[in-house]
Design a protein around this ligand. Structure first.
Ligand SMILES: Nc1ncnc2c1ncn2[C@@H]1O[C@H](COP(=O)(O)OP(=O)(O)O)[C@@H](O)[C@H]1O
Ligand SMILES: [Mg+2]
Length: 225
């Protein structure tokens, strides 16, 4: 699913964000990417989604080599990736269900099918009763659930959640982790980054990717811990 060989990412100003990273993540796995602020977690996510490219080394996501000259193919690959961001990036002035539908607008899904997928996704995140509420009127926790519904509605093969609990209190953060974990299945790989290592105690990860100053070490967990 994800293969990295000696991958480094050096930004234009010379900052080494990732340093000689090697990974083999399998399909249907659940992975937490943990490390302090500035360690390189978001940079890894950017490489996986093709917003940045390795400066050196080789990276492959779902069989697609992540190289700058393969932008068209990478754009196609992104249809299979459901991203969740810390700042939600919901569209204000629109309802929850409209936001979830808008997440599918480039996917050539007929409108009635998109509506059905959106409704199902809102049920999965426990927000069916807020489907027609403007996202501006939702709590932080609810807004993040809408963002997750948007990411999962099209049933992506890879869910990438970058600090999805950054703005949430302890209880809501743990609930969001459990919710994201629930989307892991045979066909769906889930990667969650967090600097809040105290929150992942009861997590159900296959492995932890521990990021420190751009280096990644892997701690195998083998499922429920
Ligand atoms: N666009 C950029 N240009 C230069 N340096 C960057 C850029 N984005 C991030 N960095 C630097 O790269 C390092 C890793 O950042 P980041 O991946 O955002 O870490 P994290 O998500 O773990 O907080 C940090 O030193 C950060 O300041
Ligand atoms: Mg980050």
């Amino acid at each position: 699913m994800i293969k990295a060989r000696n991958v480094s990412l050096v930004y234009r100003d010379g900052t080494v964000a990732l340093d000689d990273v090697n990974l083999d993540l399998h399909a249907g796995g659940l992975y937490y990417v943990i490390g302090p602020s500035g360690s390189g977690k978001t940079s890894l996510m950017k490489l996986l989604i093709g917003i940045e490219f390795p400066t050196t080394g080789f990276l492959e996501v779902m069989g697609q080599p992540m190289r700058k000259r393969e932008t068209a193919k990478i754009r196609k690959l992104r249809r299979d990736i459901g991203p969740v961001f810390q700042e939600f990036k919901l569209i204000s002035g629109r309802t929850a269900i409209e936001n979830v539908i808008m997440g599918m607008r480039f996917l050539d899904i007929p409108m009635n099918k998109a509506k059905e997928l959106a409704k199902n996704a809102l049920v999965r995140v426990g927000l069916e009763h807020k489907a027609f509420t403007l996202v501006d009127r939702l709590s932080y926790g609810e807004a993040q659930r809408v963002a997750i519904a948007r990411a999962v509605a099209r049933r992506p093969a890879l869910i990438l959640a970058d600090e999805p609990t950054g703005n949430l209190d302890h209880d809501n953060a743990v609930k969001i982790f459990r919710l994201l974990e629930s989307f892991k299945d045979r066909n769906t790989t889930v990667l969650i980054t967090t600097h809040a290592t105290h929150l992942i105690g009861g997590c159900n990860a296959d492995a932890l990717l521990c990021v420190e100053k751009g280096k990644i070490s892997i701690e195998r967990r083998g499922g429920r811990t």
